[in-house]
Design a protein around this ligand. Structure first.
Ligand code: SF4
Length: 219
């Protein structure tokens, strides 16, 4: 059975050719911000689980009301993994993912995003990732903590360096999640794998290893 994740489906929907790169085991490009993002995730996860408080997060309102007893403690932490089967075009796929944090008692999930810009509430409401995770674990709601990647700003401009949004799960979310998954699986099954005109090779994890001619120009 094909195993898919939110990120692989998002990549396939943006550029079907990325599926060929994935199944051929092409080398992935390690963007500098991956490592920074992991460090920031760890700081927030320690804070929300109560392992180690961080004053900036407390100052920004991440109080004990936002407690997550379960957090991802290493890459692909088994205890944070979910899987469920989806049938698309008559073919079974195994959907999998890993939550950043979970409060199982109140069915609340946690998502953390770090970057050069903060996410808006609208971005999070529309996020297929939020919808898929909420569907997978039948979550009542999900909290997004979005922070600036540049940790110097946490001290110099704390008010504009973090936002948090709590979004309840709706039936429409679950329906949209399923549509997103089935669209990605449908593209995989179509077996065309053509790169679209508006691809963004520069930000693709396969830049440098994908054999597409446009990508060669961007190496
Ligand atoms: S490098 Fe470009 S063409 Fe290749 S998979 Fe990524 S987006 Fe598609």
């Amino acid at each position: 059975m094909f195993e898919v994740s939110y990120s692989s489906l998002a990549q396939v929907i943006k550029c079907p050719k990325s599926w060929l790169c994935k199944i051929n085991g092409y080398e992935t490009h390690d963007f500098k911000w991956f490592k920074e993002g992991k460090d920031i995730h760890a700081i927030i996860q320690e804070h929300v689980s109560g392992t180690k408080e961080h004053s900036f997060l407390t100052q920004c309102g991440i109080t004990k009301d936002y407690h997550f007893p379960m957090v991802e403690e290493k890459d692909f932490d088994e205890k944070m993994k979910f899987t469920f089967e989806v049938v698309a075009d008559g073919v079974p796929f195994l959907m999998r993912g890993y939550l950043d944090g979970l409060n199982p008692e109140i069915k609340r999930g946690l998502e953390i995003k770090s970057g050069s810009a903060l996410w808006s509430l609208g971005d999070f409401i529309k996020s297929p990732q939020r919808r898929i995770y909420a569907l997978a674990l039948d979550l009542k709601d999900m909290l997004l903590i979005t922070v600036k990647r540049d940790m110097n700003l946490w001290e110099t401009d704390p008010k504009r360096s973090l936002k948090k949004y709590l979004v309840p799960t709706t039936e429409l979310d679950k329906k949209s999640a399923m549509e997103f998954i089935k669209l990605g699986c449908h593209i995989i099954l179509k077996s065309e794998y053509k790169a679209p005109e508006n691809r963004n090779c520069f930000n693709c994890i396969y830049k440098g290893s994908c054999e597409d001619s446009l990508c060669l120009n961007r190496r």
